[in-house]
Design a protein around this ligand. Sequence first.
Ligand code: FSA
Length: 436
Amino acid sequence: ASRRKTTKVIIVGGGGTLGSSTALHLIRYGYTPSNITILDTYPIPSSQSAGHDLNKIMSIRLRTKADLQLSLEALDMWKHDPLFKPFFHNVGMFDCSSEAESIAELREYYQALIDAHAGLDKTNFWLDSEDDILSKLPCFTKEQVKGWKGLFTLDGGWLAAAKAINAIGLFAKRQGVQFKFGDAGTFKKPLFADDQVTCSGVETIDGSRYFADKVIMAAGAWTPTLIDLEDQCVSKAWVFAHIQLTPEEAAAYKNTPVVYDGAYGFFFEPNEDGIIKVCDEFPGFTHFKKHQPYGAGEQKCISVPRSHASHPTDTYPDASEASIRKAIARFLPGLKHKPLINRAMCWCTDTADSNLLICEHPKWKNLILATGDSGHSFKMLPNIGKHIVELMEGSLQQDLLDCWKWRPGGDALKSTRAAPAKDLADMPGWKHDARL
Ligand code: FSA
């Protein structure tokens, strides 16, 4: 306990999902808030973080071995923790399809949830007919859902993402956590003790030097550009667009569950301003460039994120417009005539096996990586930081250590997705900034 009071921690990317959660749990574990420094290019909630979004999906996932424990812990905190509760819109989620093969996979998934013996039979239901579907989703028509089947879960819904990170930020500020943003918060390189092995802090691009006992690299999709991760993470963009509804239009979608079909995409209930977010589903877009992260002997080909925050005129490729329109035609045919607004890309970073990468760097003591979200980590905002602190303290449970260890090899370009990501260089339509 006394070690916790005196240990200094720097969180690089502390304005995003994994970083802000780490700051929260350091405080909850009794670390002295003024010994915690959050560095980020943008103020918390960092506008280039994937978590800086209207909404993200909440549901229990079983993609990796760690998922069941982590999503049950998260669900409990989204439902009951006073800090997070206001941001969980527990409207349910419908995972559906009209293709025989995908329906069979969804059925298997439903069975796996039941077989997890975690009481999930009480909250998950198979919807087998049009009438079953309409009973949960009155916004659809019978004609529209002909042949659809799927899994409805009461454990799902959406998370008001940027607002939840903001709440952590406000709490951390009140507690006295230190914040540095802009050039003073943008990572340049790690600093080392005389042994050149023990990390002792961070230098930022304005030349400031910050010293600490532990440095946590939680810069999300930017992490592989900052520290050489030996190709373990490939950063990719996913896309979204918004539709502004009138209050009358929005009323028809109130309390609509999140609807997800892997062949089309997904959409969310309108938020309090009547905005619906629509996404397509695809294996992501990379942005490969020659780049030299710290620790690499020379320049390498790395997918370097390019944020909407830094490039506000960027939108998304023409191909995304077509697939988002296709998702709208499928889910929201009555809104086909409405204009799309706020088209943008959002950056995640995939590992080969889609497990997170949360471990001490094998070469550098006290430099801890917390990245590799693989596009599915926002739902763990409430609890992931607890495990990052456990890793830092050496008390993380063995199965999580195994899942999240340093593990070069494998194919993070494809990861566990249907196909390797395409590169933005081959996808016209997203760049509207003549200067860059
Ligand atoms: O069930 C989920 O957690 C969906 S995450 C949403 C998403 O856009 C993915 O659909 C996409 O493939 C990528 O992983 C980014 O996140």
